[in-house]
Write a protein that binds this ligand. Structure first.
Ligand code: OGA
Ligand code: MN
Length: 433
């Protein structure tokens, strides 16, 4: 994009103003360390200070203060043996199948550098768009649009292939009727960013408030459609998809689960999460006195969220505390563009660590870290791995890497996005329907 002279001038002015503000401590005098870090990574002009970011795929590139805090640990089991979705036939993979990392000063957090093969990553991206992002799973779009039962992605594919035209009756997904006044569902969105409904009112108190628990018998009203959402083509609308929920559907307004809206948890996602929980059993850091002792056999994948981030989206700092079982680890998988992931403490007053997460990386929040503030202030542009690019096979190195005929369309989507898949156990054990 070419900037005009005037635009360039304005940019320069904005940048120098922001730098001055940043270097002036009084402008952030009351800013909690977590917020300060969020602001740093959100900033575009000037660009964020990246000197203290943990990068597990480029150990030598880490600053000394960071290197000193990384401790390599061994997983209990080979992820590839636990779930066919892991693994790579490449020799180079052999020596790292059981490798993970923990961080000094961040008890409970375990990072598993990408254990997925490129085809497995593509498979997951496809599933997240075509299979999981549709009825009966709820998405942010369901509030405002009459989402097609076969899923929005089917329309995206038809439009992309030229088989769905503006003149076709199912081209525009229709808006929900607005027949009630009062509060509308959008009021809970953060004004500053296209963030998620749960964040603005999450208290910084580490104590668990009963009203946030899953069993509280609150009246769960569905949010009302907004009168201002636009009518869009399928390919435009898919860019507005922010989240879908898996298993027990989540009611964002009360931060509780809908006990009467339970969808079967998808097997592939459940298998990944269960394999990961089994693999991190016993992982810990003796010198800091913690160890994850949650038994993998006790883990039940019961609820999940898939987050879909466009390049300028962010997820503000929050604690996931709606689950009754707060002992079970929470498993979180990254796909697509890299991001900056902040992991803080029980309040925003703890300075968070910043991790660079890449496609395939898995973060596991066990023990103490399970009740800590975390968020994603930044998606990093130009970080899409070649094997997810729309034209990835054009630089395939082996004859085995044949083109997936329909990858291009998923590749187009992910070339401007990051997907995060996270899985939680809600109850202690299985509960009846
Ligand atoms: C969440 C979450 C983190 C991510 O959905 O609760 O923290 O990596 N996601 O996107
Ligand atoms: Mn979270």
């Amino acid at each position: 994009m070419q900037l005009t002279k005037r635009q360039q001038k304005l940019r320069a002015l904005e940048s120098s103003r922001n730098s001055a503000k940043k270097s002036n401590p009084t402008s952030y005098v009351n800013q909690a360390p977590f917020r300060y870090a969020e602001r740093n990574f959100k900033s575009r002009s000037p660009p964020p200070d990246m000197t203290e970011v943990f990068d597990f795929a480029n150990m030598d590139g880490n600053a000394d203060v960071i290197k000193k805090r990384i401790v390599e640990v061994k997983l209990k089991s080979d992820l590839r043996g636990l779930c066919s979705l892991f693994g790579d036939s490449e020799e180079t993979w052999r020596d790292q199948w059981d490798r993970a990392y923990v961080i000094k000063g961040v008890p409970g957090l375990v990072v598993i550098p990408n254990p997925f093969s490129p085809p497995a990553q593509r498979h997951l991206v496809r599933r997240c768009l075509r299979v999981h992002a549709r009825h009966p799973n709820l998405s942010n779009l369901d509030t405002h649009y009459n989402m097609p039962l076969q899923g929005l992605w089917e329309l995206v594919e038809r439009e992309w292939r030229g088989n769905l035209k503006e003149s076709d009756k199912d081209y525009f997904v229709s808006l929900k009727n607005i027949d009630t006044g009062g509060e509308n569902g959008d009021s809970v969105y953060d004004e500053e960013e296209k963030d998620y409904p749960r964040q603005p009112d999450i208290s910084s108190s580490p104590s668990l408030n009963d009203s946030q628990h899953a069993t509280t018998p609150t009246l769960k009203l569905d949010p009302l459609p907004s009168p201002t959402v636009p009518v869009l083509s399928p390919r435009q609308l898919i860019r507005k998809l922010r989240w879908i929920t898996l298993g027990y559907q989540y009611h964002w307004a009360t931060k509780t689960y809908h006990l009467n809206r339970r969808v079967a948890f998808p097997e592939d996602v459940g298998d990944i999460a269960t394999a990961v929980v089994k693999a991190v059993e016993g992982v810990g850091l003796d010198e800091e006195g913690w160890r994850n002792d949650y038994a993998g056999d006790d883990f039940r994948p019961q609820a999940g969220v898939i987050n879909y981030y466009q390049l300028r989206d962010a997820l503000m700092g929050h604690v996931d505390q709606s689950e009754l079982n707060m002992q079970a680890p929470l498993v979180s998988v990254s796909l697509g563009h890299d991001c900056i992931y902040l992991m803080g403490g029980p309040t925003r007053d703890t300075k968070p660590v910043a991790l660079r997460l890449r496609s395939g990386d898995i973060v596991v929040m066990t023990g103490e870290s399970r009740t800590c503030f975390h968020g994603v202030p930044r998606i990093l542009e130009n970080t899409l791995p070649g094997h997810l690019a729309p034209e990835y096979w054009t630089h395939a190195e082996t004859s085995e890497q044949v083109p997936d005929d329909d990858w291009r369309i998923f590749g187009e989507y992910i070339s401007e996005a990051r997907i995060n898949l996270n899985v939680r156990q809600v109850f202690d054990r299985e509960v009846g329907m």
